[in-house]
Write a protein that binds this ligand. Structure first.
Ligand code: HEC
Length: 163
């Protein structure tokens, strides 16, 4: 286990997040990258470059960690343009979109009654605890407690889910 933690730390620091080593609780939730996930992948490197151009604090995010964190959402959400909704709505183009407006998705009354446009701050609060942020919504998800993991996940969505 110690060897895995060390390996994961080096994988993360290799893409510029040496200031944010994974906490033990993150380690428990997100298993270390397997060897083929290490950032020699040119597509992942390109995405890490796009992350570096985002506004702070998202420019500090780790693409690989964000991609792994999105595994928690993947069973219910797709992010590709035009892909069919799952249990949850397609999240393509989520930033700048008013809440509850993905075409053809049957939202709860709580979401239909809410009135704001998704930005990083709203998403950060939603992901921290969906039920306290918007009581009565139907997203059956406990939340992402770790602030660094939310930052990485939001940055991942900023580069992967936007048109
Ligand atoms: C168990 C399934 C499930 C999981 C896991 C899940 N969601 Fe959801 N999500 C939903 C459902 C269902 C809704 C619609 C909620 C409603 O209508 O009340 C939703 C709504 C949303 C919305 C609002 C979309 C809009 O169009 O306004 C966002 C943003 C979102 N989810 C992000 C995430 C992210 C990011 C994760 C992973 C950390 C995640 N969700 C995990 C089911 C899920």
């Amino acid at each position: 286990m110690r060897a895995l933690i060390v390996a994961a730390f080096f994988a993360l620091s290799a893409c510029g997040s040496a200031d944010a080593p994974p906490t033990p609780s993150e380690q428990a939730e997100t298993p270390p990258a397997s060897s083929e996930q290490v950032t020699t992948d040119p597509a992942a490197e390109e995405m890490q470059t796009r992350i570096a151009a985002l506004a702070a604090p998202y420019n500090q995010a780790n693409y690989e960690a964000g991609r792994r964190a999105f595994a928690q959402c993947r069973s219910c959400h797709v992010i590709q343009a035009g892909a069919p909704h799952r249990v949850g709505p397609n999240l393509h183009g989520i930033f700048g979109r008013a809440i509850g407006t993905a075409d053809g998705f049957a939202y709860s009354q709580a979401v239909q009654d809410a009135d704001f446009v998704w930005d990083a701050d709203h998403l950060d609060h939603w992901l921290q605890n969906p039920q306290t942020f918007l009581p009565g919504n139907r997203m059956a998800f406990a939340g992402v407690r770790d602030e660094t993991q939310r930052r990485d996940l939001i940055a991942y969505l900023m580069v992967e889910a936007q048109p």
